[in-house]
Design a protein around this ligand. Structure first.
Ligand SMILES: [Zn+2]
Length: 294
């Protein structure tokens, strides 16, 4: 009987020991699991923290985009002739140059760079293809380039399809020659399509639908001074001094001033910039004037 009881006791002890070992193993495994989970939690907390920072940055970016979108939406429903009221109170003016098919473009950009005056340039597609390097350097210097149609086409004389094509052809040349450059600015050659009040809304819608803002002007040298029927033409061809005097004295806060790459406009440019500044005007980029800088 005794050996049987001893055997029973021995088996019981063995079973207890085995149970303890197993329990211990399970505990060790659980501890390892807890440790792994803790590491996972620390890693997740780190990720949450980084996502919070990313979220904050995205929220700020979204707010900027929404703010600009409101401005863009307002701008994309018509044309700009001069600055909005806020820019006008800050005595901002924009200097713009059209056509730019001559070799004087280099001189215009050199003067603007020297005077630290940002420009709004409206070359035709032909002008872009003629001197792409000059326009590329203009962009690199911070000047803004806008679409002025492919061949200086008068929109008022084109049907909608051809009008859309001349804009698209300019965009294609800019993208191909100026490292993918895209613009939201358009200026109609000779105001064609804009001078006629019946045509204007139709062309504004067409240009707006292409993602562009038509930017006209409120003061200019060519029509005002040099055209034979110009409103300020007095007698013989004006001198450079007449031009400087006319622009500097006529400028008003918020003006978008139009020049061309004529010999006279290029010669007058340095003193016009100085004269405007001495009257307290700030020469700004079109983006600054329209509140699109951020
Ligand atoms: Zn033009």
């Amino acid at each position: 009987m005794m050996p049987f009881l001893v055997a029973i006791c021995f088996i019981s002890v063995l079973a207890s020991v085995s149970f303890c070992v197993q329990t211990n193993r399970a505990l060790v495994a659980t501890q390892a699991e807890i440790k792994a989970k803790n590491t996972e939690i620390v890693e997740l907390n780190r990720k949450i923290e980084s996502l919070c920072l990313e979220n904050q940055a995205l929220r700020e970016r979204m707010e900027t985009l929404l703010r600009n979108d409101v401005i863009l939406k307002a701008l994309m429903s018509g044309s700009v002739y001069r600055a909005p009221a806020q820019a006008a109170t800050e005595k901002m003016v924009v200097i713009s140059f059209d056509d730019l098919t001559t070799s004087r473009v280099t001189k215009i950009i050199a003067i603007a760079n020297d005077k630290q005056a940002p420009l709004l340039l409206f070359p035709t597609g032909d002008a872009l293809r003629k001197q792409p390097g000059v326009f590329l350097s203009a962009i690199q210097s911070g000047h803004v380039i806008g679409n002025h149609t492919n061949h200086h086409d008068w929109l008022g004389k084109l049907d909608a399809d051809r009008a859309r094509k001349t804009l698209a052809d300019w965009d294609d040349s800019a993208s191909r020659l100026l490292n993918g450059y895209q613009t939201i600015f358009f200026r109609p050659p000779a105001m064609s399509g804009w001078a006629d009040k019946k045509q204007r809304p139709e062309f504004e819608r067409l240009v707006n639908a292409s993602g562009k803002i038509p930017v006209l002007w409120s003061l200019e040298t060519y029509y005002d001074l040099y055209a034979p029927n110009g409103p300020h033409r007095r007698g013989p061809t004006p001198t450079i001094e007449n031009e400087i005097d006319y622009i500097v004295k006529s400028a008003k806060a918020g003006d978008i001033i139009l020049f061309h790459d004529t010999a006279a406009d290029v010669a007058a440019l340095p003193e016009i910039i100085d004269g405007l500044r001495s009257r307290g005007f700030v020469i700004v980029s079109i983006k600054t004037m329209l509140g699109l800088t951020s």
